[in-house]
Design a protein around this ligand. Structure first.
Ligand code: ADP
Ligand code: MG
Length: 351
């Protein structure tokens, strides 16, 4: 035993020392952290918040999960459009309110993203969403005159921010539902990163956000749901990215043979019906990916492709009712269609 040890020890020392002789080694960057430094056992938690199931997986200290849960709960309490105690509910009730840091930051970012999408994303569309019953489940097709009247109040450019105070016009209502989960994912990812975590994955009800790669250094494999079934339409390999999908398949109702989905085109107040089944956005910033997954779903395939061509901060996967797949060139090599979609015509979009 002793002999074996004494024979190995000089060898180990030689390996360690070789790094110290000659030119000094470059300091390790964050991505150069040795695999052995990442805990191999994941800590996991499942949380129900923001009307969805959230799965958190972190390779790090288990206490981080408690911190993440508290962050999620406090963001939900601030953003919720249905909780009368929330900051957003205060704006919607009183027309004006002082906002906390997170709500102010999210609203400011959301308004900028509404602007970029030319208003296909509009955080003031809530009165219309409500008229269709998407907030309560009391679904109905609203009267066209009622819709026209409600649309008069839909205009994100009329939201005023002065310091920490937001003011909206008479009859206007804010709804951050299209961006709240993306922002929450960003906050939780930051929390983990700041605590020194190099590997984590969050699934916030279909919004997936990854921190670093898997502990073995390989990319995360994130599934894209099949909007027509229970399985997967494909899988995308990413590290340090958000992968966020909007589809009409999660919340909808059928009346008179027509399917009405929970994403509204602010141009006419009607649920989107443009041949798209789902839009997945891949990028660095969760809130941007969440915003654009909703916005590109409203735009439809052609406008969405054009919008992507004039942008440089995200990639997209579009699935259509015709059974076609469109993938932007920056993610095409990392996307693999699966199941019923593996034989689908796939077009790579180029700039
Ligand atoms: P999900 O919350 O199902 O993941 P989204 O991120 O696409 O999906 O957000 C959809 C929610 O955003 C809707 O439930 C509604 O409250 C709101 N919404 C619907 N249409 C729009 C729109 N055009 N712009 C902004 N918000 C919208
Ligand atoms: Mg969204």
């Amino acid at each position: 035993m002793k002999r074996t040890f004494s024979r190995i020890l000089p060898l180990v020392l030689a390996v360690l020392l070789s790094g110290c002789t000659g030119t000094p080694a470059a300091p390790a960057s964050q991505t150069d952290v040795p695999v052995s430094a990442v805990p191999t056992d994941p800590q996991t938690a499942t949380v129900f918040a923001m009307d969805t199931v959230m799965d958190l997986t972190v390779y790090g200290d288990a206490t981080l999960l408690g911190e993440a849960e508290r962050t999620i709960a406090s963001l939900e309490a601030a953003f919720s459009v249905t909780d009368p105690e929330s900051e957003i509910a205060a704006v919607n009730r009183d027309g004006t309110a002082a906002l906390g840091d997170d709500t102010l930051r999210l609203l400011t970012r959301a308004l900028a993203l509404c602007e970029r999408t030319g208003g296909t994303l509009d955080v003031t569309v809530y009165p219309v969403v409500r008229a269709w019953g998407f907030t309560t489940g009391d679904y109905q097709v609203p009267d066209p005159d009622e819709l026209a009247a409600l649309l008069e109040e839909v205009d994100y450019t009329a939201v005023r921010i002065d310091g920490d105070r937001v003011t909206v016009g008479e009859g206007m209502q804010l709804d951050l539902g299209s961006v709240a989960k993306g922002y929450t994912g960003d906050r939780v990812t930051d929390l983990f990163r700041n605590a020194g975590v190099t590997s984590a994955i969050l699934n916030l009800g279909g919004n997936v956000q990854t921190l670093g790669a898997k502990p073995d250094g390989k990319p995360w494999r994130v599934a894209v749901n099949d909007p027509l079934g229970n399985g997967y339409a494909g899988v995308v390999e990413v590290a340090d990215k958000a992968v966020i999908t909007s589809g009409g398949y999660e919340r909808y109702f059928v009346e008179g043979g027509t399917v009405y989905r929970h994403i509204i085109d602010p141009a006419d107040g009607y649920p989107v019906d443009n041949g798209l089944l789902s839009v997945t956005i891949i990028g660095d910033e969760g809130v941007l990916c969440d915003a654009f997954s909703t916005a590109l779903f409203v735009m439809g395939a052609d406008r969405a492709a054009e919008f992507w061509r004039t942008s440089d901060d995200f990639e997209a996967i579009l699935l259509t009712e015709d059974g076609e797949i469109f993938v932007t060139e920056g993610i095409a090599a990392d996307f693999e269609p699966l199941g019923d979609w593996s034989a689908a015509p796939l077009t790579v979009l180029h700039r």
